[in-house]
Structures are given as structure tokens and as C-alpha cells.
Write a protein that binds this ligand. Structure first.
Ligand code: UT7
Length: 335
């Protein structure tokens, strides 16, 4: 999509988030894995991550419910005004009903349609871009987009190459039609290279395991990742999608107040920041505290920035993500 349709603007009316209280530090991981705090910090920038207490029933749904409730409160919008609730996740606890239905019920969004969306770490941006398009078309006025992942529930904590990277979090944004047509998503892009799906996958059955991994003992329901390949893809793709968004929107990099990247690995984020020549305070980072929380990562960053008063009306914010699929997305907003 190159130009947003004229006539109707969109604003981010409110944001919310939820992170579990329990922390899992690199020192905790040193006790159960052949790894070190030094290695993890150097290769990923992560010091600690949040993990749900599964014994209490906490997980993707409870995180989604709480982040949506926070976003509704922040927006001041009556939940009955929500037309649609979209929840992006790779860790759905139930395929029926969806996490979005559960979250909609939790906040009393009795007039909302609801569905879940699967695009891995790009999921929240896929949802946000879809919400923008539906609102601009005029079919919907107010939409809640949630990203929620309890990654700790799909990690094999004997696998040091994967388990050190991820944590649990959820974030949500409520977007609504606005009279000012200059506000909203100025440019969006989404894509997928499914030929590389084997780089990052969550097998449920033996048949899901690709030929090359057949000899590895893989626990079903646990995430598998070729970190090196995903890393190379991510560095290249971030650069491409950022250039594409700036070129096609006509917005200069100097006019981007915040670049909000999926918190995948600090080295990936830093590579994008350095290539663009951006100062550190224009590229948000919380991976040191939170880890990589998949679909929860970008909306959590948005909420932390918003609550800190750093999402200011009239400024441009560029969101970029990549993830399993392999998928990617960008979304450039005048907020
Ligand atoms: O959200 C999107 C999904 N995923 C990503 O964004 C992941 C992108 N990839 C990455 O973040 C990185 O590839 C990792 C952090 C996962 C791994 O870092 P790396 O620098 O690519 O390490 P590597 O896999 O190339 O492994 C280098 C060495 C290996 O040892 P040898 O073969 O050189 O002796 C690994 O066995 O580091 C070893 N290693 C570890 N050592 C200590 C791998 N994991 C660990 C560990 N602790 N946790």
C-alpha cells in the first residue's frame, strides 16, 4: 500500500500492557543450562525476562485480558464501543474460543467481533495494519489490537540456543477513527517468505518436523529455531522494510521521533539504528528487562513509551517487525 485513503484519520486512543511478576534472570538460567550471563548479554542484550506462573493458570489469555483492560482504561472508551478485537499470538492456549473472544468478554466488549491472528512476532503489526485498513474503509470505527505471548510455555529449557532469548508479555492498543485525516497509518507493508519456515517453528506432530531436523530429539510443542539464519534474515529485512517505508511515505528519517522495533535481539536492533544513524533515545529498547516476547514485544514498547509521555501528538512513529513464517511488517504512524 502506498498512500492512505484521504478523508478519515485514525488515532491511537489508548494503550495497555501486562507482564508477569516472575523474573528469570541470566543467573537463573546459568543454574539449569550450560550458559553464562556474559554470553547472553553479549549475544542478545538480555539480562532478565518475565515468565508466567503456569501453576496459577496464567498464560497468553490472562496476559491478553489484562493488557486489553489497561488499554480500555487508558483510552477512556466504553468497551461497548469496540467493534472488533484482534489478538495476535503464537502461544494460543485454546483454538476455540480464541484469546480475543476471552479478552473481549473480560472487558465487556459485547458489541465486538473477535478473532486471533497468527504471524508470530510480526502478528501485532499485521493486526494494527489490518485495523487501520478497516477503519479507513469506514466499516469499523474502533478496534482493539492485542499482541500476547507466553513464550515460556513453549520453550524447552534444556535448549540453550532458544530458551535464553524469550520471555512473556502482552500489549494492546485501541485505535479509533479521527476527524483529522493527517493522523493515522501513513504507510504499511507486510510480507512472508514461507520457503524459510523451517528456521523457526513449533511442531505439534512428528510430521511437522522438517527432514533436516528428523535426527534431533525434538519435544513436541516446543519452539525450534535456527538462530543464525533468523539473525541474518532479520538484519537484512529490517533495513529493507525501513528504507521501503521511508521511501514510499516520503517521510524523512529525521522526522521519525521513535523507531519501535520488535525486541528480537539487541544486536539486530543496534544494527538497524547504526545504519540509520539514529540516536539511542529514538530507538526504544526494553529487551534487557523483558527478553523477546514475540507478538507482545511491540505493543509493550508502545505502552511503555506512551505511559512515559513519549508518544506525542503529531509526531511520526515507525514500527518494524519480523518473525516466524518467516514474516515481516512495517507500519508508519502520525500519532
Ligand atoms: O523473534 C524472532 C525470532 N528469533 C530471533 O530473532 C533470533 C535471532 N538469532 C539470535 O538472536 C541469535 O542467533 C542467538 C542469540 C539465538 C544465538 O546467537 P549466535 O551469536 O547466533 O550464536 P550461534 O548460534 O552462532 O552459536 C555460537 C556458539 C556455538 O558454539 P560453537 O559451535 O561456536 O562452539 C553455540 O553452541 O555459541 C554457542 N551457544 C551458546 N553458548 C552459551 C549457543 N547458545 C548458547 C548459550 N550460551 N545460550
Amino acid at each position: 500500500m502506498t498512500q492512505p485513503p484521504a478523508g478519515r484519520g485514525i488515532r491511537i486512543a489508548g494503550t495497555g500492557s501486562s507482564t508477569p511478576d516472575n523474573t528469570l534472570s541470566n543467573f537463573d538460567l546459568e543454574k539449569i543450562l550450560d550458559t553464562s550471563d556474559e554470553w547472553i548479554q553479549q549475544r542478545t542484550g538480555i539480562k532478565t525476562r518475565r515468565v508466567v506462573d503456569q501453576s496459577t493458570g496464567a498464560g497468553t489469555i490472562s496476559l491478553a485480558c489484562e493488557s486489553l483492560a489497561n488499554a480500555v482504561e487508558d483510552s477512556g472508551i466504553d468497551p461497548k464501543e469496540l467493534d472488533l478485537v484482534i489478538c495476535a499470538s503464537v502461544t494460543q492456549e485454546m483454538t476455540c474460543p480464541s484469546a480475543s473472544c476471552r479478552a473481549a468478554h473480560h472487558v465487556g466488549a459485547t458489541n465486538a467481533a473477535a478473532f486471533d491472528l497468527g504471524a508470530a512476532c510480526s502478528g501485532f503489526l499485521y493486526g494494527l495494519n489490518l485495523a487501520d485498513t478497516l477503519i479507513r474503509q469506514g466499516r469499523y470505527k474502533t478496534i482493539a489490537v492485542i499482541g500476547s505471548d507466553a513464550m515460556s510455555t513453549v520453550l524447552d529449557y534444556t535448549e540453550r540456543g532458544v530458551s535464553i532469548l524469550f520471555g512473556d508479555a502482552s500489549g494492546a492498543a485501541i485505535v479509533t477513527a479521527d476527524d483529522d485525516p493527517s493522523r493515522g497509518c501513513l504507510y504499511q507493508s507486510m510480507g512472508a517468505d514461507a520457503s524459510n519456515w523451517q528456521c523457526l517453528y513449533l511442531p505439534k506432530r512428528e510430521v511437522d518436523i522438517p527432514e533436516a531436523d528428523r535426527d534431533n530429539p525434538i519435544e513436541m510443542g516446543k519452539l525450534r529455531m535456527n538462530g543464525r539464519e533468523v539473525f541474518k534474515f532479520a538484519v537484512k529485512k529490517f533495513q529493507e522494510v525501513i528504507e521501503d517505508a521511508l521511501e514510499n511515505s516520503g517521510v524523512d528519517i529525521d522526522d521519525i521521533s521513535q523507531l519501535i522495533c520488535h525486541q528480537s535481539n539487541l544486536r539486530i536492533i543496534e544494527s538497524a539504528r547504526e545504519k540509520l544513524g539514529l540516536e539511542k533515545d529514538r530507538v526504544y529498547v526494553n529487551i534487557d528487562r523483558i527478553g523477546n516476547s514475540s507478538a507482545g514485544s511491540i505493543p509493550l514498547c508502545l505502552d511503555e513509551l506512551n505511559k512515559a509521555g513519549r508518544i506525542r501528538e503529531g509526531e511520526n512513529v515507525l514500527f518494524v517487525a519480523f518473525g516466524g513464517g518467516l514474516t515481516w511488517a512495517s507500519s508508519l504512524w502520525r500519532v
